[in-house]
Design a protein around this ligand. Structure first.
Ligand SMILES: [Fe+2]
Length: 284
């Protein structure tokens, strides 16, 4: 082999190695660098003392840990100085069953701000989901499984509703009666917020007249088409899903949909970095 051929071979090997290294770094960033997305929401219905109220929204952690014991994620949440933290389900994963990662994360959230939780479909795949809800309650998380809670600030309050991901009429059944039952308790005059894991029922949420909805489940469509708001696939919605991430408006209802933080069956995200959402409420 001549010196020239040898040099050529080394250059090709170096180029291939560089390509592999850059791809590995790129994929690592796509799946581990958290992107914080900011929204502001204004409404005439918002009570005066809630002007400037900050909500951090966490969804679909799937037992993932960003840094040791989620230190990176928790620092990001703390930096936003939230008044409340909302967790919209799939905090655990039915394939990665270490509850301690998620319970420890939720326990640290409570130290930052009052934390409210609704379940996702993954929690309900476990026989001991109720035990997990009890554990969350014991560490100070408000669990809203088809329940409501009041959030007070100054002299005012807003009402927070939580819709369980456990579909009482069976998986992918008609969820509307369950939604209706929760909504029957709704005080139509006040500002209302709904936490609901599934985004594809936005029409039902809008029909019920919720002002603001926080949702997850779609994982941003897992692989997103760059420079668009289109994802490739989402559970229950199939290919090219309608709801993948961001803000959706129907009638007078605004839904904030998180792309989530972790993965489940498909352990890879592309152009769909893990997302933390921060919403500031504003009076009009
Ligand atoms: Fe999920």
């Amino acid at each position: 082999m001549t010196v020239k051929t040898m040099k050529k071979k080394i250059a090709v090997i170096c180029a291939v190695l560089l390509f592999i290294a850059l791809t590995a770094v790129f994929l690592y960033c796509q799946n581990n660098l958290i992107e914080t997305t900011y929204f502001s929401f204004s409404s005439q219905k918002l009570p005066e003392s809630f002007d400037g109220f900050r909500i951090v929204h966490v969804s679909d952690l799937h037992n993932k840990s960003f840094g040791k014991e989620n230190a990176v994620l928790l620092k990001k949440i703390e930096n936003e100085k939230p008044d409340v933290i909302f967790i919209t389900g799939d905090i655990v994963d039915s394939r990665h069953t270490d509850f301690d990662v998620s319970l420890s994360f939720a326990g640290q959230c409570v130290k930052i701000a009052p934390t409210y939780y609704v379940s996702g479909n993954h929690e309900h795949r476990f026989d001991n989901a109720e035990e997990m809800f009890e554990a969350l309650k014991n560490i100070g998380v408000t669990v809203l499984e088809n329940e409501k809670a009041e959030i007070r600030r100054g002299e005012n309050k807003i009402t927070l509703y939580g819709l369980s991901a456990k579909q009482e009429d069976g998986f992918l059944g008609d969820y509307s009666s369950q939604i209706k039952a929760l909504c029957n308790e709704k005080d139509d005059s006040g500002f209302s917020v709904l936490l609901a894991h599934y985004p594809q029922y936005l029409s039902n949420y809008a029909q019920a007249g919720f002002d603001l909805v926080f949702s997850g489940h779609a994982h941003g469509g897992q692989f997103r088409i760059p420079f668009t708001n289109q994802g490739l696939f989402a559970p229950d919605q199939g290919f090219f899903p309608q709801y993948t991430g961001g803000e959706y408006i129907e009638n007078d209802t605004v839904m904030i949909l998180s792309r989530g933080l972790g993965n489940s069956l498909i352990p890879l995200r592309l152009f769909d970095r893990p997302q933390l959402i921060c919403v500031t409420l504003k009076g009009e």
